[in-house]
Design a protein around this ligand. Structure first.
Ligand code: KG4
Ligand code: ZN
Length: 386
């Protein structure tokens, strides 16, 4: 295989089940020892570095063949942002700059992979915080340019979908398309129909707060820490379920709305004397917070579950994929699995929240479709899907 042009190793025609190479001499090293080879119609051994810096995680992973996790290093900035009760964009960008080099090195070390074995560099280029995205995209450009590797720009939301491919049996092989995807994160609550690799149709989205944002704001009202989702999940354990909060169904659409729920929670917290804080004994507060947190979580989970399953049924989906930080929520995972009459694929919680592995997994399939980013790749903070 010595004559292959390394730049085109990735023109893997997965759909036709063949490995195609556009030829030419390898510009990278003499004799070009292809690390990727064709096997049974699929290319095996393609190692992609995935970089994710769209928000407050500096994350880098090495993934083989779009599914096999060789490393997954995540450096969380939570401790830096916690005192402010939310992500401070300036601090996030600065911290990405400080950390990115070490996280890339650690990722390769954990994977036991040298640069000569890496076949492509992929990076989230949107949506997300502009300054934070710029750090990842520029790091990826610098690496790809110096190492003469293909550069792949990945949509963060599509990355969340592809976290479900980081399994032995990927969704397209297990159940096939179309797949209904719920992407619920700090910035998005999207219902997307995936009819093939790279083919999306947006069916519904939040009209106000994203589900994760609502969790974070609710936690603030209840005097819990940041990020709010895990805190609300933790404190809700043991709630009696007697407290109820409203659900916004916005009937006739697959859109979501969480701002009314947030306001209802605030009013309940004010009426109960837990907001503003300091009015009650600690024990009394804890009990009320547990009940209200439980009611809030129940309401969000109920709406997400019901609308996702309705969309799956309306559009004849063969399976459901969950992705994004909110889908790490235990109650949501249990409830949707219990109610669904079709296969539900939910990545491990660590792959639901932001990570570089989902970026690399997504990039593998993009390369399979012949995508090759050029160095004009720009950040797109408001990039959507479908
Ligand atoms: O996908 P993600 O890591 O970052 C974004 O793309 O925004 O999602 C972060 C969001 C946060 O709002 C966080 O509170 C929420 O996901 N989250 C959770 C849980 N873990 C993280 N929400 C509910 N339950 C959880 N266990
Ligand atoms: Zn995310």
């Amino acid at each position: 295989m010595g004559g292959f042009n390394r730049t085109f190793h990735y023109s893997v025609m997965i759909a036709e089940g063949k490995f195609s190479c556009k030829g030419g001499g390898c510009q990278r090293r003499a004799g070009c020892g292809l690390s990727a080879v064709s096997f049974g119609g699929y290319t095996v051994g393609v190692k992609i570095l995935g970089i994710e810096t769209s928000c407050d995680e500096t994350a880098v992973a090495v993934v083989e063949d779009g599914r096999k996790l060789l490393s997954n290093v995540i450096s969380s900035q939570v401790a830096i942002h916690r005192p402010y009760g939310g992500v401070v964009p300036e601090l996030a960008s600065r911290q990405h700059v400080v950390t990115i080099g070490a996280i890339v090195d650690q990722s390769l070390e954990d994977a036991g992979v040298g640069w000569e074995e890496v076949d492509a560099v992929s990076v989230t280029h949107g949506p997300g915080l502009a300054g934070a995205l710029v750090v990842g995209v520029n790091a990826a450009k610098a690496l790809a340019l110096t190492l003469e590797l293909p550069l792949v720009g990945v949509n963060h939301l599509e990355g969340h979908v592809y976290a479900a491919w980081l399994e032995e049996e990927p969704p397209d092989r297990v159940v096939g398309f179309p797949l209904l995807c719920l992407i619920a994160s700090g910035g998005h609550t999207d219902l997307v129909l995936m009819s093939g690799h790279g083919e999306y149709r947006l069916l519904g989205r939040t009209r106000d707060d994203a589900a994760g944002e609502a969790f974070d704001k609710a936690a603030r009202v209840l005097g819990l820490g940041f990020p709010g989702g895990p805190e609300i999940q933790r404190i809700s354990e043991g709630a009696s379920g007697e407290e109820k909060l409203p659900r916004a169904w916005i009937r006739g659409t697959l859109d979501f709305s969480f701002s009314g729920l947030k306001t209802a929670l605030l009013h309940r917290a004010q009426a109960a004397g837990i907001y503003p804080p300091g009015g009650l004994e600690e024990e009394e507060t804890e009990e009320l917070v547990r009940e209200l947190a439980g009611a809030f979580q129940d309401s969000v989970v109920d709406v997400l579950t019901t609308k996702t399953l309705k969309a799956a049924s309306d559009y004849g989906a063969r399976g459901v994929i969950l992705g994004g930080g909110v889908t790490a929520n235990r109650l949501l995972r249990e409830r949707i699995r219990a109610k669904a009459e079709l296969p539900v694929m939910i990545p491990a919680p660590i792959l639901c929240t932001d990570n570089g592995a989902m970026v690399a997994a997504c990039a593998y399939y993009q390369l399979g479709r012949g995508a090759e980013g050029d160095f004009s790749l720009e950040v797109d903070p408001s990039l959507g899907l479908g």
